[in-house]
Design a protein around this ligand. Structure first.
Ligand SMILES: [Zn+2]
Length: 241
């Protein structure tokens, strides 16, 4: 299948971090895909909608493994996960990575949109036929687990609320934090099936004291420590019982 050049928008960040996005996807389902190079192993954080193969877009090195992490099982974060051999994600959502059932991924909400994409990924593309290939996890992640890239290590934070398993990854040596959908600089969603506002409040309380240098979220633009605290505090204020 011929896919349009430029389906993915690319942007470079410090320490070799690369962000990919799919600008033609409906804004509700437009998410960030993060590539992080390591000495012995590269890291992918989330994989977009999977409408166009993702692997060819990544600066992979022959013989160097890539570990693909899914921060949670929502459709806009797991579409291309099946392309990768090493797949890690939240232990508490593991069953859904085997089934990719609509009830957990919300793929049906994407199919049902009037205009799911502004430009089709290829001629003849049919939103109604969209399906996420199952991508069983090869590694189950829990709070405190470590992902060792050789020259840096990311610690897994379990940050439930948006979904039961939501994960963040932080390099505590330099404060680079991949936050998934736990926190980002845009409208936060805490009313989906599977969301839990009390758990989300506990996550935000925890994030208030997390030391970071930069936050790369599941959606929107990256931000720093002060904005992290502002967003977390605003959520706590808005949802105060
Ligand atoms: Zn989500």
């Amino acid at each position: 299948m011929n896919t349009p050049a430029g389906w993915y928008e690319r942007r470079d960040y410090p320490r070799g971090v690369l962000r990919l996005r799919e600008p033609a996807v409906h804004p509700y389902f437009q998410s960030n895909i993060w590539f992080v190079p390591g000495r012995d192993c590269d890291l992918l954080v989330d994989s977009g909608m999977g409408l166009v193969p993702l692997t060819p877009e990544l600066p992979l090195t022959d013989g160097k493994p890539l570990i693909a992490v899914a921060t949670h099982v929502h459709v806009d974060h797991v579409g291309a996960l099946h392309e990768f051999t090493l797949r890690a994600g939240p232990a508490v959502e593991a069953a859904h990575f085997r089934s990719m059932d609509d009830a957990a991924t919300f793929a049906e909400e994407f199919r049902a949109l009037d205009a799911p994409v502004s430009t089709p990924p290829y001629a003849g593309w049919d939103a109604k036929a969209y399906a996420i290939p199952p991508a069983p996890l090869s590694r189950l992640l829990n709070e405190g687990d470590l992902l060792d890239l050789g020259d840096c290590t990311f610690r897994v934070l379990h940050l439930p609320g948006h979904s039961p398993g939501c994960l963040g990854l932080i390099d505590t040596a330099d404060g680079t934090f991949f936050s998934g959908d736990a926190i980002y600089d845009d409208e936060l969603l805490d009313d989906l099936p599977g969301s839990d506002r009390a758990a989300y409040r506990a996550t935000m309380t925890r994030l208030l004291t997390l030391d970071v240098s930069i936050v790369h979220g599941g959606h929107g633009e990256s931000f720093g420590q002060a904005r992290l605290r502002e967003i977390a505090q605003a959520y706590l204020d808005a949802t105060a019982p």
